[in-house]
Design a protein around this ligand. Structure first.
Ligand code: FES
Length: 104
């Protein structure tokens, strides 16, 4: 697995992730989101009908809510709350003194 730096530090990430944000990396579209000061990365394409999750919101349960039909995907596991569609692919995030990295 390659670790790719996406932010210099947590403050920069927190500022950028006041709402979900699209990251395009190596041809992959990834939704970055912040919940309770933790950074998460999941595939951006909703597994229901393919809308862009980075245009959605994060709810109080730590789920990204799709803007089109409001399916709710757990940011940690990728699982849709009622399992109405497939799980999202999740990408690991690593934070250390060198910055914040995504594993691909
Ligand atoms: S396209 Fe995302 S919930 Fe339908």
């Amino acid at each position: 697995m390659d670790w790719i730096k996406i932010f210099n530090d947590h403050t920069e990430a927190a500022d950028a992730l006041s709402k979900p944000r699209l990251l395009v990396l190596r041809g992959r579209r990834i939704c970055l989101a912040l919940f309770q000061e933790k950074i998460f990365a999941v595939q951006d394409k909703c597994t229901h009908r393919g809308d862009t999750l980075s245009k959605g919101t994060v709810n109080y349960c730590g789920e990204v809510v799709c803007p089109l039909h409001q399916y709710q995907f757990n940011l940690k596991t990728g699982r849709e709350r009622e399992q109405r569609s497939d799980d999202l692919e999740c990408f690991p995030i690593q934070e250390n003194e060198g910055g914040i990295f995504i594993g691909m």
